[in-house]
Design a protein around this ligand. Sequence first.
Ligand code: URA
Length: 233
Amino acid sequence: MTRLYDDIKTFFKQQAELFPPEIYLISENGEESTPKTDSATQLAELERICQNCRQCHLSATRTKVVFGTGNPHAKLLFIGEAPGVNEDLQGLPFVGRAGNLLDKMLKAIGLTRAQVYIANVLKCRPPENRTPNVGEVEKCEPYLLKQIAIIQPELIICLGLTSAKTLLRVEYTLEKMRGQIFQYHNVDLIVTYHPAAILRNENLKKYAWEDFKKITNLYLDKTGEYMALNDGE
Ligand code: URA
């Protein structure tokens, strides 16, 4: 009974922390919890909640939660699928070979990972790197939605078909999605190849480069700021 009561209390506390001002809790001393305003503080608080998440069974097999990393005010938000083995060990997104390539792709448009924000659809690694299932996405997506609400990016870039299909709930091919501008919770979203796919098939590089040039044009349209293109290699 005490355990159940604690679980219920934790659940409501988490919902209130994730979704202020929609939900307020009155604390034991009668004060309302009030939302914080600074993005970095809000992200840190959300990460603290996420680090303790037990909403799905992936919490039992994860080594570390991979919340996301980067600039709390980033204009570009890159979203991968889920942590892999290296990410699970280090608690950071895109730190393996695919992450190395992502760093190079960012450099090609004059950016570093400290200037953008990088997150995944799932914050915990699915065993054997299998595709996230519907139940896992349902439990984890509120964290992503909250990250978007805090960061307020100008543009979301989905890395790979799985994150695009998962977030947009569509069944298109990546080829059909590339070049289009979608909407995800009122933010423009575009889709490009996952760096791991490019590592498997070098021929995709030129298409990814086209997509990254499109990102720079969209960024210019939205912010009036130019990015420094380096090269397409
Ligand atoms: N692949 C992803 O989709 N995300 C990571 O963080 C690492 C690999």
